[in-house]
Design a binder for this molecule. Structure first.
Ligand SMILES: Nc1ncnc2c1ncn2[C@@H]1O[C@H](COP(=O)(O)OP(=O)(O)OP(=O)(O)O)[C@@H](O)[C@H]1O
Ligand SMILES: [Mg+2]
Length: 192
């Protein structure tokens, strides 16, 4: 995959399959620590410890015991190739949290890519899920919770092209402003 946003889409699709009603996608860029963090947290059916181990290492188990999936292993490979790691925390009946960390400046680190398209695909595809998108750049945070958004729409369908455009702009602007404010602050600190 060429974009981290596509990995996020893939990981979030697992959460949908797990029957989650609330899914939080979080992207955090920490320039001072040279780290990029991705997190997908859901309240779906969760996994047993054994399942978690199998998911992380799909080729150690035989194909008869489980279907070999590649969504999680691919993100794990990508993170490890960039001086990072992937962590799966899960509890049966409670939910799952997938965390991937990358060295921000690593030469092989994929760009974040089109986060707004990923969010729109997920939101429109599963309107019954409560989607939360968080983006943090240094100490500046942008948070989008689709519950308020859906409420404000009233009888306007989510699939209306103006709604989609508004949604896309909200996310694009949210990310851009967060970055700008954080960068300006950084510049002010540097001047003193
Ligand atoms: N959030 C989750 N909640 C519960 N189970 C999960 C979750 N994420 C992954 N799993 C379990 O781990 C398996 C492996 O996930 P993975 O994304 O690696 O492959 P997959 O979804 O099976 O196939 P694909 O290659 O299409 O992604 C899933 O089939 C599912 O059983
Ligand atoms: Mg998958």
């Amino acid at each position: 995959m060429r974009e981290l946003s596509l990995h996020l889409l893939d990981i979030a699709e697992n959460s949908i399959s797990a029957g989650a009603s609330r899914i939080v996608i979080s992207v955090r860029e920490d320039l001072a620590a040279d780290e990029l963090w991705l997190e997908v947290t859901d309240n779906g059916k969760g996994m047993s410890e054994e399942m978690v181990a199998n998911v992380l290492d799909p080729f150690v188990t035989t194909r008869t015991t489980r279907k070999v999936g590649l969504g999680i292993p691919l993100l794990k490979q990508a993170a490890e190739a960039c001086g990072g790691f992937l962590k799966v925390e899960s509890e049966l009946g409670k939910g799952t949290k997938i965390t991937a960390k990358f060295q921000h400046s690593h030469i092989d680190r994929m760009p974040l890519g089109n986060l707004e398209d990923t969010m729109i695909t997920l939101l429109l595809g599963t309107p019954n899920v409560n989607w939360v998108f968080k983006y943090q750049y240094n100490d500046q945070i942008f948070e989008f919770d689709d519950a308020e958004f859906k409420e404000a729409l009233g009888d306007l369908p989510l699939s209306d092209f103006r709604v989609i455009e508004f949604l896309s702009n909200t996310i694009v602007d949210g990310i851009k402003n967060t970055k700008n404010i954080a960068t300006e602050k950084g510049a002010v600190y540097a001047n003193h």
